[in-house]
Design a protein around this ligand. Structure first.
Ligand SMILES: Nc1nc2c(ncn2[C@@H]2O[C@H](COP(=O)(O)OP(=O)(O)O)[C@@H](O)[C@H]2O)c(=O)[nH]1
Ligand SMILES: [Mg+2]
Length: 385
């Protein structure tokens, strides 16, 4: 094992590249506003239409990126109620906004500290902002403003860390090595398979959860075996922990043997074909089974490519070539079975998650500032100079 350590000292000293990359969204802050109620018409006793409301509706296959793409200014406003008029004494109701969001979303009102809704079933919806009532004799015929709220859509995570690897890479062995307790099988209302969740505990009592998911196979994106369901779970983790056997992978004697670099490309391709935004997640690579004879020689053939997968593409068979590449933040050769360098995995996971949390905080602060400014400009209206 001295070999692994000296090998480690030589390589993979690059700083974490996490902060330079794109982000997979698992939380999104939005301003929602119900429509203004239409004014009534005192002369005829006419009532204005009620303002439209904003709803969130759970829809499988939607991502938070889709929501951002649709509402790039992160502001969702329902239609105003119609004014009462001579031609239409009862004004029409404003148009509702029904916004599709991913399954497994929790809607939070940060200011009030309340949970507005749990959207963990297809088609389930919650009211995000009610419309203002229309003006009528009871309220001096003045339509009321709709509800204005800042809400956070939070994708409920299965675990902080999702293990991604083909069968036999050593996922279960690694989970056992990093966590004391035997994994608990978690049941989530929005999933059909039950991932095994274990908790990594640190000396300062910090806890990070890790999900050992049923094995991925080549072609998972095409929904062979359990692969598709597996990939669905990867969406609900903050960090990908990719694990490969240093000697690669062979699905069965009928299949081709893939060396460890090819195995990484194959995993990359599966993730990409399922949902390429998964590749924006932070990612650490564990090369397992370094206790085996010839492991160092094997890893030395490919180590220069791990942190720049682009450079190794020439060595990648055509059928495994991804078009969007993972960015690997950290490479950790280990032996899960003999517990060598397992501590390093724990530390790296924590460092990457902390960096991500810091960046997230920064982003929320910036977007708060931006939202405040936009709100002020909006209130002031156009200014003629
Ligand atoms: N030599 C060696 N074998 C390992 C290591 N980690 C796991 N294995 C073996 O590889 C096989 C598959 O491991 P497992 O954890 O079940 O893989 P999973 O299918 O990815 O969950 C088992 O026989 C393990 O004992 C390791 O670090 N070194
Ligand atoms: Mg297993």
């Amino acid at each position: 094992m001295v070999f692994i350590q000296s090998f480690l000292l030589k390589s993979f000293k690059k700083p974490l590249r996490y902060s330079l990359r794109g982000r997979f969204l698992d939380t999104l802050r939005l301003t929602v506003k119900g429509g203004h109620g239409g004014n009534g018409l005192p002369k005829y006793g006419g009532a204005g239409g009620q303002g439209g409301a904003v709803y969130f509706v759970a829809k499988d296959g939607t991502s938070l990126r889709d929501v951002v793409a649709k509402f790039s200014n992160k502001r969702i406003v329902a239609g105003n109620g119609e004014e009462s008029s001579k031609a239409r004494i009862l004004g029409r109701r404003g148009t509702d906004q029904r916004v599709e969001v991913p399954l497994g979303i929790r809607v939070l009102d940060d200011l009030e500290g309340t949970v507005v809704g749990e959207l963990d079933e297809e088609g389930k919806s919650c009211l995000a902002a009610g419309g203002g009532s229309g003006g009528c004799s009871g309220n001096s015929f003045l339509g009321k403003a709709g509800q204005l709220r800042t809400l956070t859509l939070d994708l409920k995570l299965i675990a902080d860390v999702g293990l991604v690897g083909f069968p036999n890479a050593g996922k279960s062995t690694l989970v056992k090595a990093v966590s004391r307790a035997s994994p608990k099988i978690a049941s989530y209302p929005f999933t059909t398979i039950r991932p095994q969740i274990a908790t990594i505990e640190y000396e300062d009592y910090r806890q990070i959860t890790i999900a050992d998911l049923p094995g991925l196979i080549e072609g998972a994106h095409a929904n062979y075996g359990m692969g598709h369901k597996f990939l669905k779970h990867v969406e609900r983790t903050r960090l990908l922990l990719i694990i490969v056997d240093v000697f690669g992978f062979q699905l069965s004697p009928r299949h081709q043997t893939r060396n460890c670099l090819e195995t990484i490309y194959a995993l990359n391709k599966e993730l990409e074909l399922y949902d390429e935004t998964l590749l924006d997640k932070p990612c650490a690579l564990v090369i397992n089974k370094m206790d085996q004879q010839g492991a160092i020689e094997e890893i030395c053939k490919y180590d220069r490519y791990f942190q720049s997968l682009e450079d190794g593409l020439d060595l990648c068979p055509e059928e495994l070539k991804p078009s969007k590449l993972l960015t690997i933040d950290s490479v950790i050769p280990i032996s899960a079975r003999s517990m060598t360098e397992v501590e390093k995995v724990k530390q790296e996971v924590r460092t990457i998650l902390d960096l991500k949390a810091e960046e997230e905080q920064q982003r929320i602060e910036n977007s708060d500032r931006e939202a405040n400014l936009r709100e002020k400009l909006h209130e002031r209206g156009p200014k003629v100079v």
